[in-house]
Design a protein around this ligand. Structure first.
Ligand code: ADP
Ligand code: MG
Length: 242
């Protein structure tokens, strides 16, 4: 099982957001995607999900179907004023297994309960999502992903507006899930300490790849400086000449 990108370029209004991206995300790997604002991190995840059209290049899901991939977009797609509770939102992760209109069987209910316990929300099962703090809401969104039993987790800045202790708790839940399922985790992150502590692999983007591979070799001062410089250069000259 793997996700493979070969020479992928994606543009918005003729200006490349990411270009000439080659990457391989294999099973049992944890990847952080890092880079300056506007570096194309969200676009890369959207391209993997088929949510934006590629100008050129190919993206392959090898031995993967849509149901095997759980994706949490940067700006959550959930309207928090919806009259649903924590259990119901987490159970939406079952959609690929049972569809929207089937009742959730007892074993599946048990799965949702177990995941809500893992994310520390067992006392909030019947709470309306409108009443949750940002951290609690992010816990439910993670629960919804884990309920899916996916082989690939794609998370786009999942810890924005989440306090430090919740972030640490969610990171260790993700790591445990990764160990148990031997799945692939790809997470856009800003915090370099979290990247170094939790993610063995890193892809550093500045519209193109600055460096990719083992985190200790990617997250060097030299590469981070290079990423800033390349962003500035590309902002001055929007067109990719390749
Ligand atoms: P990041 O997630 O690294 O901050 P994005 O992938 O969101 O970067 O954006 C990369 C570039 O593409 C930025 O210059 C951004 O302004 C541009 N961009 C992103 N989404 C759109 C869009 N829907 N329409 C036009 N330009 C976009
Ligand atoms: Mg983004």
């Amino acid at each position: 099982m793997s996700i493979q990108l070969n020479n992928v370029t994606v543009s918005y209004r003729h200006s490349p957001a990411i270009h000439h991206i080659d990457a391989n995300f294999n099973s049992n790997e944890m990847w952080a995607i890092v880079g300056p604002n506007g570096a194309g991190k969200s676009t890369l995840l959207k391209a993997i999900m088929g949510l934006v059209k590629t100008d050129s290049g190919n993206i392959y899901w090898n031995n993967l179907h849509r149901a095997d991939i759980a994706y949490l977009p940067q700006q959550s797609d959930i309207d928090r004023s919806q009259p649903i509770n924590v259990f119901e939102l987490a159970a939406m992760g079952l959609w690929y297994e049972i569809g929207f209109f089937k009742a959730v069987s007892y074993p599946l209910q048990q799965r949702v309960h177990a995941v809500l316990e893992q994310v520390g929300l067992n006392n909030f099962i019947n709470h309306p999502i409108a009443q949750l703090s940002n951290g609690q809401f992010q816990r439910v969104l993670l629960a919804r992903m884990l309920v899916q039993n996916a082989q690939v987790l794609l998370l786009d800045e999942p810890f924005n507006a989440v306090d430090a202790s919740t972030t640490a708790a969610l990171l260790s839940i993700i790591k445990d899930y990764h160990h148990r399922q031997q799945c692939t985790v790809i997470t856009v992150l800003h915090d370099y300490e979290q990247v170094q502590a939790y993610f063995p692999n890193t892809l550093l983007l500045a519209r193109e790849i600055v460096a990719g591979g083992a985190t200790s070799q990617v997250m060097t001062k030299h590469h981070l400086q290079q990423a800033m410089t390349r962003m500035q250069q590309q902002e001055q000259n929007q067109w990719c000449k390749r």
